[in-house]
Design a protein around this ligand. Structure first.
Ligand code: EPU
Length: 421
């Protein structure tokens, strides 16, 4: 199993380019199941979750012509003839986002059978809101032997109110509703940029979606969808991770090929903490060393709030800030697994339910640590970048699910980091 070896202590300097958004690419790939025509996606990140989902589409009968080597990072996906509507356990257990095939398969084939994703390192993560939504659209939902079945001859448009904001739930229902008969209105919908990106692709395929990016999304069902070509938005969590990496090392880092508007919550929090971030142009931001780093409380919320996917990285930063910061995790009930590892490196953090109280500034010391999930891995990298001595991060297969070549990008910024098999 690969490990990362990091020697801390050097401020990062230079320019880094952000890859395409993993959490956009996943629903966009699933959306290819809605049409018999070819959909070409560009700017795909070369990360494992993308390969896993492309593998699942192939199991279902789609063909994918991929080119991850060229700068275009392209996949042309054709789901002309599907041979299965079953997402098997072996694939779903490696990646929960496999449930994104439910909506498209149900809408196009009238049925789908997907292994129920279990809980994961960050929470129980049920899919009840996806299923309730499908029922509202007229589907029968049943489950047996760890699988969930959804079936409907033709979905019927409906009013769907989400009890909680759910990102993949909104995506699944939006995809299903594109081919339903009549109008569907999604209320309390997620407003993440990834939702808007999906709506852009679906509309380019012939769907009639309005309001994506707001809490109310209206979808007029159509008879069929066709092919399209679409460029995936930059990964705001990767960009945010580099912002925090610059800030924690007191470095000077230019982050290119990003959408600064998607980073507002992170940029504002950094400036409250005393870290200057400048927007250089429409796709570039720069993080510079400030005179001091001040502790600031933070609460995770659905977009446009501060993303839960940046909570762990922000926690590393707060270990180096002067004062006490209270971090409240509102989205997932168990997303503090990284705390134990940060403590082993010398941090002073207490967890009380959904809150973590971080007392800074504490010197961190390199240690052997274990990554428990994708964003926890990024948090440990940031801590290692300022720790005294060498840190060895084990179980970085989590990291490879969602960050493209992160050690190469960090090396280019001057970090001492290498991968060991
Ligand atoms: N929830 C339910 N029932 C549902 C759906 C969600 O109770 O049917 C709860 C969840 O348990 C959680 C909350 O609602 O407490 C929000 O979950 P959401 O459904 O929004 O999460 P998700 O769609 O499963 C996506 C991202 C996550 C990201 C969350 C929150 C993808 C593929 N995944 O997950 O990304 O943390 O939204 O923003 O888009 C990551 O990239 O590291 C990652 C975990």
């Amino acid at each position: 199993m690969d490990k990362l070896i990091i020697s801390g202590g050097r401020p990062l300097e230079g320019r880094v380019e952000v890859s395409g958004a993993k959490n956009s690419a996943l629903p966009l790939i699933a959306a290819c199941l809605l049409t018999r025509d070819t959909v070409t996606l560009e700017n795909l990140p070369a990360v494992r979750d993308i390969r896993t989902l492309l593998g699942l589409l192939q199991v279902l009968g789609a063909e994918a012509d991929t080119d991850f080597s060229s700068p275009a990072r392209r996949a042309s996906i054709c789901a002309d003839r599907l041979k299965s509507v079953v997402a098997p356990y072996d694939l779903v257990k490696t990646m929960r986002a496999s449930v994104l095939v439910l909506g498209p398969l149900l809408a196009r084939e009238g049925k789908a059978r997907v292994s129920m994703p279990g809980g994961c390192a960050i929470g129980t993560r049920p899919i009840n809101l996806h299923l309730k939504g499908f029922e509202k659209l007229g589907a029968r939902v049943s489950s047996d032997h760890g699988y969930v079945d959804v079936a409907a001859p033709r979905l019927q448009g409906a009013e769907i109110y989400f009890d909680m904001v759910t990102v993949t739930g909104t995506e699944n229902l939006m995809m299903a509703a594109t081919l339903a008969e009549g109008q569907t209105v999604l209320r309390n919908a997620a407003q993440e940029p990834e939702i808007t990106d999906l709506a852009h692709l679906l509309n380019a395929m012939g769907a009639r979606i309005q309001g994506a990016g707001t809490p109310v999304i209206t979808i007029q069902g159509v008879e069929r969808l066709g092919g399209a070509r679409h460029r995936i938005i930059p990964d705001r969590i990767e960009a945010g991770t580099f912002l925090m990496a610059g800030a924690i090392t007191r470095g000077d880092v230019v982050i290119g090929r990003c959408v600064p508007a998607h980073l507002s919550a992170f940029i504002q929090k950094l400036s409250e903490a005393g870290v200057p971030v400048d927007q250089l142009d429409e796709t570039t931001v720069r993080v510079r060393p400030g005179s001091r780093l001040q502790a600031c409380d933070m609460i995770t919320q659905p977009y446009p709030g501060f993303a839960t996917d940046m909570q762990a990285q922000y926690m590393s930063l707060m270990t180096q800030a002067d004062g006490v910061a209270v971090l409240t995790e509102n989205i997932f009930e168990n997303r503090f697994m990284h705390v134990g590892e940060l403590l082993r490196m010398g941090a002073d953090i207490k967890v009380d339910g959904r809150q973590a109280i971080v007392r800074g500034k504490t010197p961190l010391a390199g240690a052997n640590v274990l990554a428990s999930d994708l964003r926890a891995s990024a948090c440990l990298i940031l801590a290692a970048l300022v720790a005294d001595g060498e840190t060895c991060i084990d179980r970085i297969y989590h990291l490879d699910r969602g960050y493209e070549r992160i050690e190469e990008k960090l090396q280019a910024l001057g970090a001492t980091i290498s991968r060991k098999a």
